[in-house]
Design a protein around this ligand. Structure first.
Ligand SMILES: NC(=O)c1ccc[n+]([C@@H]2O[C@H](COP(=O)([O-])OP(=O)(O)OC[C@H]3O[C@@H](n4cnc5c(N)ncnc54)[C@H](OP(=O)(O)O)[C@@H]3O)[C@@H](O)[C@H]2O)c1
Length: 311
């Protein structure tokens, strides 16, 4: 079995996979082209097109992350090779931490205290009951479903939304585009953990942002493409016009790194983090990749990426 790894810290991956699979040849994408030929598996994150194009007998591609948007757009991606992606692999817990922080930031008025402090303003803000702070979670996959449960366990009413029907204990689940306005109209904080696909591009456009209640906040650790950036700026307030949204915590952007001249950087209601919401924990990810390789070799049926749906 020949496996080629392409990711930052590929040498660490190479060593771990070689140790777990002593019969396999594990190379990084830095290996000479002649040695890279005829691989059985690629384990890749943001692989260069040539690495995909030069392979002729792949049995599987393992995407070393939860989002497959980059891989599916890479020219030369073979259409007949099954693709699997990391499912949770420790990311959901980190994502839940990030989202809970974001929700609490607005729920406990940290945004307001940050504005008061430069003026030495001692002004307690009202704390409403958590039952009055419903949180919407768009995307109930491996990561989103865990985030929805974590929010529910923290005491917030949670409304979740996905493409197909779901049942998650304590979470009011909605599905399909027609159900979205009902969810949007009720939430104080909206969390977007959807993949970047043709169907989710600008899922939050001006019309949908307008359906959020006055004073709602948006937390986006999913993908930048989910939100129409101009519409978000207008909903937060721009050009002297007050917007109806209270604030946004954004981790992902249309263009990354976010260009220095992007107005989001300077917007007083926006908090920015540089795509760090849920970095992949290495050991859990390696364990999952090893189990994928065993499953491929054993001919087991794996939950593969659906290139048509885009995730
Ligand atoms: N910022 C970070 O550090 C970071 C880290 C990890 C992941 N992410 C992002 O998080 C995303 C989600 O990860 P995941 O592992 O939870 O993905 P996943 O398991 O593939 O789940 C995706 C969820 O989105 C739903 N969905 C997809 N298209 C939809 C549509 N058109 N309408 C309604 N719902 C739709 C799916 O619905 P069904 O359940 O009905 O299929 C599913 O619930 C990734 O794609 C990635 O972009 C970001």
């Amino acid at each position: 079995m020949k496996i080629i790894v392409h990711i930052d810290a590929a040498a660490q991956w190479q060593a771990a996979l070689a140790k777990a699979l002593p019969q396999a040849t594990v190379l990084t994408s830095e290996a000479p082209a002649s040695e890279r030929a005829n691989a059985d598996y690629l384990a890749v994150w943001k692989a260069p097109a040539h690495l995909l194009q030069e392979q002729t007998q792949l049995k599987g591609i393992i995407n070393l992350g939860a989002g497959v948007d980059y891989l599916l757009k890479t020219p030369g991606l073979p259409r007949d090779v099954p693709i699997v992606k990391l499912r949770d692999a420790g990311m959901s817990e980190l994502m839940a931490d990030y989202v809970l922080y974001g929700v609490q930031h607005f729920y406990r008025s940290m945004d307001r205290y940050a504005k008061q402090q430069p003026n030495a303003q001692w002004q307690p803000q009202e704390v409403v009951e958590k039952s009055q702070w419903p949180v919407g979670v768009l995307g109930l996959g491996a990561i989103g479903s865990h985030v929805a449960s974590a929010l529910q366990q923290a005491g917030f009413p949670v409304l979740g939304w996905s493409r197909s029907p779901k049942q998650i204990s304590g979470v009011r689940c909605f599905h399909g585009d027609d159900a979205l306005p009902e969810l949007l109209g009720q939430v104080q904080s909206l969390v977007t953990i959807l993949p970047d696909t043709a169907a989710t591009k600008h899922m939050l456009n001006a019309e949908r942002l307008a359906q959020l209640p006055q004073g709602a906040s948006v937390i986006n650790p999913g993908r930048g493409s989910l939100i129409d950036e101009q519409a978000l700026l207008e909903s937060l307030g721009s050009g002297g016009q007050p917007g109806h949204l209270r604030g946004a915590l954004l981790d992902v952007f249309h263009e990354e790194p976010l260009p220095a001249n992007n107005p989001l950087w300077q917007h007083p209601k926006v908090m920015i983090t540089p795509h760090v919401a849920a970095p992949t924990p290495l050991n859990e990810a390696i364990d999952q990749v090893i189990s994928y390789l065993h499953a491929f070799e054993a001919g087991e049926t794996l939950a593969t990426v659906n290139p048509e749906a885009g995730y």
